[in-house]
Design a protein around this ligand. Structure first.
Ligand SMILES: *Cc1c(COP(=O)(O)O)cnc(C)c1O
Length: 410
């Protein structure tokens, strides 16, 4: 008889985005003429930058002719992409990451899940609360947790609350942890981590033999030069951190699919036989066996993001979304809403007015404003009483959303 992975049965059925979709569908069925504006799910809306489109067209043409055709590429990614990543994203900023420490993939969601393949099953895992749900669910699937309680908190995970009270800076755990997930700029709160905050975590990891999983999917949205864009800007991080980056949000690749993971060669972990094992080697082995590389066409597109035109167009795209974020933040603050984020990240994280629960506020905005956001409690218990709005939309929709928001809470 076949056995299933019963860890999947521990996953909570009522996952956030399906529940949002259910409520929106119910609303539009009773209000068929309402034009609902969605600032909920974190998906981009603007088309690909022209330099990237041109590079992908060229790549398709190469594939159409035998002399320039490409079959399987290197599992780790083509040098034409790994080299500019190392140069532009790291070395030009004085950060020590070499091209052969970069593993190109088809997404950070997969990478953050797949990385668990090379890690043991007995690690104590810390996550912030609220959090990007992928970190939690992939650990549940891998059997690294017990069951969820009535608040959706899994036994065995260490939850680090990030709220107004601690200025959205997670405190060091009061019990030892082996793996720590950090995401900065943060989804969902839109907040950033200072150099001091990240140094505190790197020092903790070095002292405790822990591993930091650093998700930098939104680094390109940082405009404040004092805020680190990479964990490797922090002294000692090469010994304790893996960094995940993605082309999804910064050049609109959510539907194209390209990302990369940095596993420094200095990252060593002691195996039970007492020998030091290189996580770089393990990840290389894992990728070479279970992954056959990202598409040639897609990697050509991603590489074009580093061309002079590509860089300029990427900046324009980010400026566009960050103007949306600023308009949202200012519009909401003008009517007395307390707003976090929105300055170095494409999300604003707001306190619900009148102490409404996150879901009650969701229903109010939907019913009175025909506006969809994301209830903070969907990202974790400490997100209760908060609400996320995304800056990923047209200017027209963002401006209309601000007016509707104001009318709905009036
Ligand atoms: C969008 C997002 C990613 C990117 O995922 P892809 O699979 O590369 O599209 C990674 N982490 C966080 C926190 C995100 O919000």
């Amino acid at each position: 008889m076949v056995h299933i992975n019963e860890n999947y049965l521990k996953l909570k059925a009522g996952y956030l985005f399906p529940e949002i979709a259910r409520r929106v569908t119910a609303f539009t069925e009773t209000n068929p003429t309402a034009q609902v504006i969605k600032l909920g799910i974190g998906d981009v809306t603007e088309p690909l930058p022209p330099a990237i489109v041109a590079a992908m067209h060229e790549a398709v043409d190469e594939m159409a002719n035998a002399p320039t055709f490409h079959g399987y590429g290197p599992e780790q990614g083509y040098a034409f992409l790994r080299n500019p990543i190392a140069e532009h994203d790291y070395q030009n900023r004085g950060v020590n990451v070499s091209a052969d420490e970069i593993f190109v993939s088809d997404g950070s969601k997969c990478d953050t899940g797949n990385i668990l393949d090379i890690l043991g099953t007995d690690n104590r895992i810390a996550i912030t609360d609220p959090v990007y749900p992928v970190y939690v669910d992939t650990n549940v699937m891998a059997g690294h947790t017990g069951d969820a309680d009535e608040n959706g908190r899994y036994a065995g995970l260490v939850y680090l609350p990030v709220t107004e009270e601690n200025g959205f800076v997670p405190e060091l755990p009061d019990e030892p942890v082996d793996i720590i997930y950090l995401c900065y700029p943060n989804n969902p709160t839109g907040t950033v981590a200072t150099k001091e905050t990240l140094q505190k975590w790197v020092d903790y990891a070095r002292a405790n033999g822990s591993l930091i999983m650093f998700d930098a999917a939104y680094e390109a949205f940082i405009s404040d030069d004092s805020i680190p864009r990479s964990i490797y800007e922090i002294e000692g991080a090469r010994e304790v951190a893996i960094e995940f980056r993605s082309f999804s949000k910064n050049v609109g690749f959510t539907g194209v699919r390209c990302a990369f993971t940095v596993v420094p060669k200095d990252l060593k972990v002691k195996a039970s036989c007492e020998t030091d094992v290189s996580l770089h080697q393990l990840w290389n082995r894992r990728q070479s066996t279970k992954f056959n590389g990202a598409s040639f066409i897609v990697q050509k597109g991603a590489a074009a993001a580093y061309s002079p035109d590509g860089q300029q167009q990427k900046k324009q795209l980010i400026d566009f979304y960050m103007t949306n974020a600023r308009l949202l933040k200012e519009g909401l603050e003008a009517v007395g809403i307390t707003v976090y984020g929105g300055e170095n990240a494409p999300y604003v994280w707001l306190r619900t007015p009148n102490n409404l629960s996150s879901w009650d506020f969701f229903d109010l905005l939907l019913n009175k404003g025909h506006l969809v956001g994301t209830p903070g409690s969907g990202f974790g218990g400490a997100g209760e009483g908060y609400f996320r709005l995304s800056a990923f939309n047209s200017r027209e929709n963002v401006e209309a959303a601000i007016e509707r928001f104001k009318a709905a809470i009036d």
